[in-house]
Write a protein that binds this ligand. Structure first.
Ligand code: UDP
Length: 312
C-alpha cells in the first residue's frame, strides 16, 4: 500500500485528506507546525498506519523510508491568517514548496501542490478557467498568499519539466465543512459562529461580491482523482454554484434560526469581486463534479459548529 506525506495534515483540508487516504489503506505521515492547524483535527485517528511529525516545512524535511506521494497542503489559508503571518505564508509557499519538491524527487514520489483560486486574483474573466493568468496585486496584503501559490505552481512545473517529476497542481476554490475553526475568519465559519453566539453578522462591503462554495468531501474526492490521474496541468476543483456573500449570510441566519442582525463593514483591500470555477476540465479529465448540495453541506457544518460552541 502507498505511503503518503501530507504537509499541513493537521489543518482543515489536510486532516480530511488524512482520513480519506487512511480509509483507502495508505500509510500516512502527517506533518504540521500547528501555526494554524490543530492536533484536535487528528485526535480521533487511531490507526497504526498514521504518524504525526511536528515540523515547519520551510526547514529541511527528513522522512525515513519510502514515500509514494507528497501532498503539500501546509499554509495559512484564511485571509486574516495570512495578514497576521505574512512572512511564514510566503516562506511555506516558496521554501516549503522547494523542500517538499526536493523530497518528492529524492523519493521518486508523485507530488501535489494545493494551489488556489487566489492565483486568479480579482479576476477579469468569469467564470475562471485554468488558462486565465490572473489579476493579482503582488504588493497588496493578499499578495503574500497569492504570489506564494503562484510561485509554488511555477516551481512544481519546473520540477516536472526539468526533472520529470510527476507534479500535480490543484486550484482549490472556496471550501467549507466541519473542522474549520470557530475563529477561522472566513465567511462561512464567521457567519455561523456569529449567528450561534447571537452576535451581528459582519458583511464586508455591501455583500454583492460573489463566491462559489464547495463542500469538503466533494473537494477531497476531486483532488484524489487528480492525484491518481496522468494530468500535470493545473486543474480547478470547486463548486460552480455562485452566490453573493449577502445571500450566504441570509442563508445562515435562516438555517440557524438566529435573531442576529447583519452589519456592513469595510471591504478588505483587493477582495475579489467575483469568483466561480469553470470545472469543465475536471469534468472531462477526472470525471468529477461536486455532489453535495449547499443546504446539506451547511447542515453538517452547522452541527459541527453547534458542538464546538457548546463546549465554550
Ligand atoms: N466576508 C465577509 N464577512 C466575513 C468574512 C468574509 O463579508 O466575516 C467576505 C470577504 O470579504 C469575501 C468573502 O466574504 O468577499 C469570502 O471571504 P473568505 O474570507 O471566506 O475567503 P476569500 O474568498 O476572500 O479568500
Amino acid at each position: 500500500m502507498p505511503r503518503t506525506l501530507i504537509t499541513g495534515g493537521a489543518g482543515f483540508l489536510g486532516s480530511h485528506f488524512c482520513d480519506f487516504l487512511l480509509a483507502k489503506g495508505h500509510e500516512v505521515v502527517c506533518m504540521d507546525n500547528l501555526i494554524t492547524g490543530s492536533l484536535e483535527n487528528i485526535a480521533h485517528i487511531k490507526n497504526n498506519k498514521f504518524t504525526f511529525i511536528k515540523h515547519n516545512v520551510t526547514q529541511h524535511i527528513k522522512v525515513d523510508g519510502p514515500v509514494d506521494y507528497v501532498l503539500h497542503f501546509a499554509s495559512p489559508a484564511s485571509p486574516i491568517d495570512y495578514l497576521v503571518h505574512p512572512i511564514p505564508t510566503l516562506k511555506v509557499g516558496s521554501l516549503g514548496t522547494h523542500n517538499t519538491l526536493g523530497l518528492a524527487e529524492a523519493k521518486r514520489a508523485t507530488y501535489l501542490i494545493a494551489s488556489t483560486s487566489e492565483v486568479y486574483g480579482d479576476p477579469l474573466t468569469h467564470p475562471q478557467k485554468e488558462d486565465y493568468w490572473g489579476n493579482v496585486n503582488p504588493v497588496g496584503p493578499r499578495g503574500v498568499y497569492d504570489e506564494a501559490k503562484r510561485f509554488s505552481e511555477a516551481m512544481a512545473m519546473a520540477y516536472h519539466r526539468a526533472h520529470g517529476l510527476d507534479a500535480k497542481i490543484v486550484r482549490i476554490f472556496n471550501t467549507y465543512g466541519p473542522r474549520m475553526r470557530l475563529q477561522d475568519g472566513r465567511a462561512i465559519p464567521n457567519f455561523i459562529y456569529q449567528a450561534l453566539m447571537g452576535e451581528d453578522l459582519t458583511i464586508y462591503g455591501d455583500g454583492s461580491q460573489t463566491r462559489s462554495f464547495c463542500y469538503v468531501s466533494d473537494l477531497i474526492e476531486g483532488i484524489y482523482r487528480l492525484l491518481i490521474s496522468g494530468i500535470n496541468e493545473p486543474v480547478n476543483i470547486g463548486n460552480p454554484k455562485e452566490m453573493t456573500i449577502k445571500e450566504m449570510a441570509e442563508k445562515i441566519l435562516h438555517a440557524t434560526k438566529s435573531k442576529s442582525k447583519i452589519i456592513y463593514t469595510a471591504l478588505p483591500v483587493d477582495d475579489p469581486k467575483i469568483r466561480q470555477p469553470d470545472i469543465a476540465l475536471a469534468r472531462k479529465v477526472l470525471d468529477w463534479e461536486p455532489k453535495v448540495a449547499l443546504d446539506e453541506g451547511l447542515q453538517s457544518t452547522l452541527d459541527f459548529f453547534k458542538t464546538k460552541v457548546s463546549t465554550l
